[in-house]
Design a protein around this ligand. Structure first.
Ligand code: NDP
Length: 297
């Protein structure tokens, strides 16, 4: 199986390099070899490489910056994704693409299921939704994997910001009225490889599996709960910190103004993925602990 991987240096892309390698011939592309600001070049790349699977881990992920950089965000998150989908359809290749909890408004009382109505609150969410819609409209075989609150030992993310701030300051204030599931790039990459392996070997499943799935850890917390967990675990491991978990104070979204509006409820129901592919998605704490041990080493 020839796999074309885009966005190979991001949090998820980096882990995909590891998890996809045993599946076949992996063509690894970063921003220099596959620029998502250039949809035409992407079509040519796919035509040239003739992959059986395209895995797109590249995205414009600067959520706040996107509010004032709409054209570029749309080019990367929607127009290039559309070009990839059309190229995949032409080849009858699979397209694996990642999307986000930010396609939802966040006002549902429970966890969002795949078919719930979307209503993004931000440019990032809107352009990611347009990417999803372009994939579905293209008719290509696809796995759209919506995830949330992604972190990894490598790359910038909330958990690492909290560790840095807790090393500098004694008191921290963190938003407590947004809930979701921190999800490890390692888990996303491992599950992606398992899904591809399943659809390649199980012919019946391969015929029916095309669609949208929520790929998130199980359970949920707030950013505040997440920060407290990270700092308590880091302290337990002996990392040098000035702030303790008790000194992380809950604040409201209104008290922390940022350019892009976030959903209050980012919870994604992950039952469909678990049931369709016979997998178990672990509780969010599991991989956070692993990352902290990795960072501590
Ligand atoms: P990262 O920001 O870590 O990585 C994104 C990658 O995209 C980077 O390697 C970046 O390249 C690359 N990229 C950006 N612009 C371009 C471009 N014009 N051409 C080529 N490559 C480009 O993101 P994650 O790994 O965290 O995210 C993976 C997926 O998961 C994305 O689809 C994202 O929307 C989705 N997601 C992420 C969440 C999160 O919390 N991070 C939450 C929900 C969904 P470079 O390294 O050169 O900058």
């Amino acid at each position: 199986m020839k796999i074309l991987l885009l966005g190979a240096n991001g949090q998820v892309g980096w882990e995909l390099q590891r998890s996809l390698a045993p599946l076949g011939q992996l063509v690894i592309c970063d921003r220099h070899s596959a620029d998502l600001e250039n949809p035409q070049a992407l079509s040519e790349l796919v035509d040239r490489e003739q992959p059986a699977v395209i895995v797109n881990a590249a995205a414009y992920t600067a959520v706040d910056k996107a509010e004032s950089d709409v054209e570029r965000a749309r080019k990367v998150n929607a127009e290039s994704v559309a070009a990839l989908a059309v190229a995949a359809h032409k080849l009858d290749a699979w397209l694996v693409h990642y999307s986000t909890d930010y396609v939802f408004a966040g006002n549902k009382p429970g966890a969002y299921v795949e078919d719930d109505p979307t209503a993004p609150l931000s440019v990032y969410g809107q352009t990611k939704l347009e990417g999803e819609q372009a994939i579905r409209a293209s008719g290509c075989r696809h796995l759209i994997l919506r995830t949330s609150w992604v972190y990894a030992a490598r790359g910038g993310n909330f958990a690492k910001t909290m560790l840095r701030l807790a090393a500098e300051r004694e008191q921290l204030r963190v938003v407590a009225d947004q809930i979701g599931a921190p999800t490890s790039a390692e888990l996303i990459a491992d599950v992606t490889a398992l899904l591809l392996q399943r659809i390649a070997t199980d012919v019946a499943l391969g015929k029916t599996a095309s669609g949208t799935y929520h790929l998130v850890s199980s359970g949920a917390t707030s950013w505040h709960g997440y920060a407290q967990f990270v700092i308590a675990e880091a302290a337990r491991l002996g990392m040098p910190l000035r702030a303790t978990a008790e000194n992380i104070h809950p604040i409201t979204t209104a008290e922390y103004p940022v350019p892009a509006q976030r959903p209050a409820n980012s919870r994604l129901d992950n039952q469909k993925l678990q049931q369709t592919f016979g997998l178990q998605l672990p509780a969010w704490e599991f991989h956070v602990k692993r990352m902290l041990i990795e960072l501590n080493n």
